[in-house]
Write a protein that binds this ligand. Structure first.
Ligand code: GLN
Length: 476
């Protein structure tokens, strides 16, 4: 079977009867099997997906199928799928089975999507390379000696290697956009609170967003309109109505746009091919009559520290629930209650997660709270105000998503700070809560994909998706 560029093509073939959902699931299962060495899936729900495919084929025949009938989806191992394992790629959740569906997962199922499996990621979504998983690294399908990005590396490779049509991941500081860039696929992080976080394993709750991977902007738009919106189980979710993204995408928006790009795009620290490719797009945008201007973002140096102070603080609090008492890993070497907590947590959490818990506990400790945590909250507010000021004058901000293309496995593992620096461009959208997308933008001399990031104002997903489609058109 061919690999489909978009779900629309799949739907056409399903309607025509040239393929069935059952064929599709078999196709993805055989790719998963063939590329098992990439270490993408932690569980594959083969029998279940095949029998569900049969049911949905029947619904298609009888004209009762939902909007996503035939869409085969993979879930990052941070999303609850009832009666299926969930462990955020961590030993501490060994044996844990979800008791309920995440709202996003429930909405996919209600629309007749088929869930094919659970995808490997960095432990508790902490990482930028997928090397922090308790189940080993995921490999990049283009070059197996390189990382796929992280933390949703498995979800990006699954789409790249045609193991499912769409993946759901999570983006707390870039974990959907960065692996999308390293793997040459589209990755959307919507506005904070656009999609319910109910059933998403918490890392840093004021940053966490469910995000969507696919090969096409159209698929992302369609899935977003199904899973976004009000939810009684998440009090932080926005009540703003969800727009019909997928339909409106085709009506297009032909008005000329005002686009800002950040000065750092000219920086020497950026891999030259990334700079060249993004400037190629910028020049095309200008030729088409859009106005494009360089802007200086005065707080650039503060974004990454702000993110790492606040995200680790929230993580240290969120992860305190994993104590080996009611579920998950419990050490067998315990002598008393305190040693049970200590040993279970020391054995259950990997090194990076432990580092984040320690950092977060430190910045929240009584003597340092004001110096770090309170200050970072204030800086976060200023960064948001400054970013919003830019978006008053411009429709979009264009920037790289990563300073380099996919790096070698092991290249940054000895130096956590170096790894954190790889998040330089991705964390801003999370710090301020704005929607951002990574779209493929050419390749470097080694044939490794380059991503282009576009940020829009709050709840302007539709505009962002329309513009992304337009840029992809320009690039062809
Ligand atoms: N790389 C970032 C981190 O490790 C982002 C992770 C994420 O978005 N989940 O915190």
């Amino acid at each position: 079977m061919k690999s489909y560029a978009s779900f629309r093509e799949i739907q056409n073939d399903l309607q025509r009867g040239t393929i069935s959902c059952h064929d599709l699931v078999r196709h993805y299962l055989s790719n998963i099997d063939e590329k098992a060495h990439l270490n993408v899936f932690l569980s594959v729900y083969a029998d279940e997906a095949l029998s569900r495919a049969k049911e949905i084929d029947h619904k298609i025949k009888t004209g009762t199928a939902g909007k996503l009938a035939g869409l085969v989806v993979g879930l990052k191992d941070v999303l609850a799928y009832k009666d299926h394992p969930l462990q955020a790629s961590s030993k501490i959740l060994n044996g844990f089975i979800s008791q309920y569906n995440a709202t996003a997962v429930q909405r996919l199922l209600d629309a007749d999507a088929i869930i094919i499996g659970r995808q490997n990621c960095d432990e508790f979504a902490m990482g930028s390379s997928n090397e922090n998983s308790a189940f080993g690294p995921v490999l990049n399908d283009i070059d197996n000696t390189r990382v796929p990005g992280g933390s949703s590396g498995g979800s990006a490779v699954a789409v790249m290697a045609d193991m499912c049509q769409v993946s759901l991941g999570s983006d707390t500081g870039g974990s959907v956009r960065q692996p999308a860039a390293f793997c040459g696929v589209v990755g959307l992080k919507p506005t904070y609170s656009r999609i319910s976080r109910f059933g998403l394993v918490a890392y840093a709750s004021s940053f966490d967003c469910i995000g969507i991977f696919s090969k096409s902007v159209e698929d992302v738009a369609l899935v977003l309109e199904v899973i976004a919106g009000a939810d009684e189980f998440d009090s932080t979710v926005s009540l703003q109505p969800v727009q019909p993204y997928s339909e409106a995408l085709h009506t297009g928006n032909t008005q000329k746009k005002r686009i800002a790009y950040i000065r750092e795009l000219t920086s020497e620290a950026l891999q030259p091919e990334i700079r060249e490719n993004i400037f190629r797009v910028i020049n095309k945008l200008k030729q088409e009559g859009n106005s494009v201007e360089e802007v200086e973002f005065p707080l650039m140096d503060y974004i990454l520290p702000t993110y790492y102070i606040l995200a680790t603080a929230e993580a240290s609090s969120n992860l305190s629930r994993f104590d080996g008492v009611r579920y998950g890993h419990r050490s067998e070497r315990t002598t008393d209650l305190e040693s049970m907590y200590k040993k279970s947590r020391s054995e259950g959490f990997g090194k990076e997660v432990q580092r984040r818990i320690l950092l977060g506990t430190f910045v929240l400790s009584a003597s340092y709270y004001d110096a770090y945590y309170t200050k970072a909250q204030k800086v976060r507010r200023i960064i948001r105000e400054k970013t919003k000021e830019i978006l008053k004058k411009f429709d979009f901000i264009v920037m790289p998503i990563t300073p380099t293309t996919a790096f070698k496995i092991g290249e940054h593992t000895d130096n956590p700070l170096e790894m954190y620096l790889a998040d330089l461009f991705s964390v801003q959208a999370n710090v301020v809560g704005l929607p951002a997308i990574s779209i493929p933008c050419g390749k470097d001399k080694n044939g490794l994909p380059i991503g282009l990031q576009v940020i829009a104002d709050d709840f302007e997903e539709l505009k962002l998706l329309q513009f992304s489609k337009y840029i992809i058109g320009l690039n062809q």
